[in-house]
Design a binder for this molecule. Structure first.
Ligand code: 6R9
Length: 648
C-alpha cells in the first residue's frame, strides 16, 4: 500500500515540548513492569480502600483488576474536584439544539448528582440493580449515569435513536427496575417524542407479556411536548428537583459492575457488555489524559459522540470527568440550523481538543472547506478520530483544514468491549502516518496473527488479538458467560488471547493499520450493526421471504447497508419502489434509522454455498459494482450481473 510509505508527520517541536509525555518513557516503563505501570495509573484515582493485588487472572478469561480496592466512581468524577478546590471550574458547557445553553461547574454537578442519587435511593433500589437510560444529549443524562454510579446501580444506556422494540429487548435482558427518559428530543429544529417510545416499549406484547421489571419511569422535561402519563411515571424536576443535595457516597468493590452497554455481534441478539468500576475508570482516565494531552485547567475538550455509544461513556462521561476536564456537550446534529454549527461552537468556546468520527470528517469535506474557513479555529491544538479506519485523504484534510496544518491527529482504535482506547499514537511522541492507528498504547499488548496464532511479519495482513489482559476489558456478557468465552476467547483458546474481530497489519516500519471487521458486523458511520439484525428486520416485512445484507463501501459513511431480498410467492410486485420504501421503513422502525439500508435489491434468489451459507463476498462485489467472481452456483447470474452493471 502506498500510504504506508507516504509522508509521515512527527509531532511539532512546540507541541512535544509541552506534552504530558514525550519520548518513549511511558512505553519503557510499561514494558519493564506492566502491572506496576497499571498500579501507578490506578493511583490517579481516589481509593477508599487501596487494592492489594493489581491483577488476578487465575479465572481467565474472567479478570479481576485492583483486587481488594474500593472506590466510588461518581466521587472520583465529581466530588474529588470540588474537594481539591476546583468546584468553580466548568465541567460541562452544554449547548441545546435550539440555542439554549448551560454552564455547569463541578460544584453544580455535585449538587445535581447528589439530588438524583437521593431520589433514586429513596425508591429502594439496591447496589447492583439495573437502570435503563434512554435520553438525548442533555445534562441530566450525564447526571443520571453518575447518580447510578454513586449508588452502585448498574446503568444501561440505550441510544435515543433506537426503536421501542430495541429498547424493550434491552430492558428485558437487563431486567431494569427504572427507566430514565425525556418527554422529547430536539432533532433538526423540531421536538420529536421520546417518552412515547418508552410507553410503547413497556406496554408492547413480548411473549404474551408487557415489561415486567420496570417499576418507575423518570421523565426529564426537555421539549414540553404532550405525553401520556401513567402511574409509574414521575417528573424529574418534581422528584430529583425536590431532593436534598447532600449525599455521602459509599465505596464499592473495584470489580463492581458500573454499566452494561449493548452492542451488535454476529448474531441478531445484541449482547450486554459488562464493565467494571476500578479497572475501567483507571484506563478511561489514563488514556484520556495522555492520548489527548489533557491540561485540565486550560483545555476545552469536545468529543462529539452520543452517550448511547461507548465513546460517549468513556470520553464524555468517565474519562474527562475523572480528569476534571472542561468539555462541550452539544445536543443536536452538525447541520442544525446550518453547517456552521460545530465551527461556531469551537470558536465561541475555544475548543482545544476535538474528537470525532471519520464519517463526520468526510461530511465536512463534502460541505466544503469554506465553511470551517469562515471561522477562527486557532484554539484547536489536537484532533482525535474514532469508530472506523480514517482514510488518508480525510486524515490530511482534517489536519490541514481543521487542525491548521499542525494539530496531531490521534486515531484511537478500540471497541465497546475494550472499554477504552487500545491502539493509538501518543501525540507528543509518535510520528504519525495518515490512516494508521500506529501502536498499542503503553501498558497494552496487541499482536497480528494468522488463523493458527502465528505472529505475522510486517507487511502481512492477519487478525488483531490482544494477548494480555487490560484494566478496562469487558468482564463478560450480561447473563451469558458462555457466549463471552465463545465470542472472544475460543478462537485462540490455547494461547488465551482476546479475538477482536478486526483484521490488521503492521507495515514495514511497524505502524499498525486496522483493516476493518472480519465478521458479519458492519460499520455504518462508526456505528456497529450486525447483518443478522437487519436481515431479521427485513424478513419481518410481510412481503419478504428471505434477506441477505452486506456492508458496501460508501464515500461518506464508510460502509452502507446493501440488502438483497426475495419476495414471498404471490406478493404483488407491480410497484417495487413502494415495497422497497416499506422495507426501509420497517428496518428503521424495528432497529433504528441508522440501520436503514442504502439500497434494497429485489432478486429471485440469493447466492449460496453448497452448505447453504450466503455468499456475502459476491453480494459485496455486486453492491460495489465490481466484476463478479465464480457465479457457477447461481441459477440466474444475469440478475446479479445486471445490478452490478447499473452501479459499475
Ligand atoms: C470505539 C468504538 C468497534 C469497532 C472495531 C473496529 C472499528 C473503531 C477504529 C476502528 C479502525 C479505528 N473501529 N475505532 N477501526 N480504526 N480508530 O467504535 O466501539 O462501536 O464497539 O466499534 O469499530 O472495527 O472493532 P464500537
Amino acid at each position: 500500500m502506498t500510504d504506508s510509505a507516504a509522508a509521515a508527520y512527527p509531532p511539532p517541536a512546540e507541541f512535544a515540548a509541552q506534552a504530558n509525555t514525550h519520548g518513549r518513557d511511558l512505553y519503557d516503563r510499561a514494558e519493564a513492569d506492566r502491572l506496576g505501570f497499571w498500579a501507578e495509573q490506578a493511583n490517579r484515582l481516589h481509593w477508599d480502600t487501596p487494592f492489594d493485588e493489581v491483577l488476578d487472572w487465575s479465572g481467565a478469561p474472567f479478570a479481576k483488576w485492583f483486587v481488594g480496592g474500593k472506590l466510588n466512581v461518581a466521587y472520583n468524577c465529581v466530588d474529588r474536584h470540588v474537594d481539591a478546590g476546583n468546584g468553580d471550574r466548568v465541567a460541562i458547557h452544554w449547548i441545546g439544539e435550539p440555542g439554549d445553553s448551560r454552564d455547569i461547574t463541578y460544584s453544580d454537578l455535585k449538587d445535581e448528582v447528589s439530588r438524583a442519587a437521593n431520589y433514586l435511593g429513596s425508591l429502594g433500589l439496591n447496589a447492583g440493580d439495573r437502570v435503563a437510560i434512554y435520553m438525548p444529549m442533555v445534562p441530566e443524562a450525564i447526571v443520571a449515569m453518575l447518580a447510578c454510579a454513586r449508588l452502585g446501580l448498574t446503568h444501561s444506556v440505550v441510544f435515543g435513536g433506537f426503536s421501542a422494540g430495541a429498547l424493550r429487548s434491552r430492558i428485558d435482558d437487563a431486567q431494569a427496575r427504572v427507566v430514565i427518559t425525556t418527554d422529547g428530543q430536539f432533532r433538526r429544529g423540531k421536538p420529536t417524542p421520546l417518552k412515547a417510545n418508552v410507553d410503547e416499549a413497556l406496554d408492547m406484547d413480548v411473549d404474551g407479556q408487557k415489561a415486567q421489571s420496570v417499576e418507575k419511569v423518570l421523565v426529564v422535561q426537555r421539549c414540553k411536548n404532550d405525553i401520556d402519563w401513567h402511574d409509574r411515571d414521575v417528573w424529574w424536576h418534581e422528584s430529583v428537583g425536590a431532593a436534598s443535595s447532600d449525599h455521602t457516597p459509599e465505596a464499592f468493590d473495584a470489580e463492581h459492575p458500573l454499566y452494561l452497554l449493548y452492542t451488535s455481534g454476529t448474531t441478531g441478539k445484541p449482547k450486554g457488555i459488562v464493565h467494571s468500576s476500578g479497572g475501567y475508570l483507571t484506563q478511561a482516565a489514563y488514556t484520556h489524559y495522555y492520548l489527548f494531552d489533557l491540561k485540565p485547567e486550560k483545555d476545552v475538550f469536545w468529543c462529539t459522540a452520543d452517550i448511547g455509544w461507548v465513546t460517549g461513556h468513556t470520553y464524555i462521561v468517565y474519562g474527562p470527568l475523572a480528569n476534571g476536564a472542561t468539555q462541550i456537550i452539544y445536543e443536536g446534529t452538525p447541520n442544525s440550523p446550518n453547517e456552521h454549527r460545530h465551527f461556531e461552537i469551537i470558536e465561541k468556546y475555544g475548543v482545544s481538543i476535538y474528537y470525532i468520527a471519520p464519517t463526520l470528517v468526510r461530511t465536512f469535506m463534502k460541505w466544503g472547506r469554506e465553511i470551517p474557513d469562515a471561522h477562527d479555529l486557532s484554539s484547536i491544538r489536537l484532533l482525535g478520530s474514532v469508530g472506523e479506519p480514517i482514510n488518508p485523504e480525510a486524515w490530511r484534510w482534517y489536519r490541514g483544514v481543521i487542525g491548521a496544518g499542525k494539530a496531531p491527529i490521534v486515531d484511537t482504535w478500540w471497541q465497546t468491549e475494550t472499554g477504552a482506547a487500545m491502539v493509538a499514537p501518543l501525540p507528543g511522541t509518535t510520528t504519525l502516518k495518515p490512516g494508521s492507528a500506529m501502536e498499542p498504547v503503553p501498558g497494552i499488548s496487541a499482536n497480528i496473527v494468522d488463523d493458527d496464532g502465528n505472529s505475522l511479519p510486517r507487511g502481512e495482513s492477519g487478525l488483531l488479538v490482544l494477548d494480555q489482559p487490560w484494566p478496562a476489558m469487558l468482564r463478560g456478557i450480561w447473563g451469558d458467560p458462555e457466549r463471552f468465552v465463545d465470542t472472544y476467547w475460543s478462537r485462540y483458546a490455547d494461547q488465551g488471547w482476546y479475538f477482536a474481530g478486526d483484521g490488521a497489519r503492521y507495515d514495514e516500519d511497524g505502524a499498525l493499520w486496522v483493516l476493518g471487521r472480519v465478521d458479519d458486523v458492519m460499520n455504518i458511520s462508526g456505528h456497529r450493526i450486525s447483518t443478522a439484525e437487519v436481515e431479521s428486520a427485513l424478513v419481518g416485512h410481510p412481503a419478504v421471504a428471505e434477506a441477505a445484507v452486506v456492508g458496501a463501501s460508501d464515500a461518506t459513511t464508510g460502509q452502507a447497508i446493501a440488502a438483497f431480498v426475495i419476495l414471498r410467492q404471490g406478493v404483488d410486485d407491480s410497484d417495487p419502489a413502494r415495497l422497497v420504501d416499506e422495507m426501509k421503513a420497517q428496518v428503521s422502525k424495528d432497529i433504528s434509522p441508522i440501520a436503514k439500508p442504502r439500497e434494497i435489491n429485489i432478486v429471485p434468489e440469493l447466492p449460496k454455498t453448497r452448505s447453504g451459507k450466503i455468499m456475502r463476498r459476491l453480494l459485496r462485489d455486486v453492491a460495489e459494482g465490481r466484476e463478479l467472481g465464480d457465479t457457477s452456483t447461481l441459477v440466474d447470474p444475469s440478475v446479479f450481473e445486471n445490478i452490478r452493471k447499473q452501479k459499475g
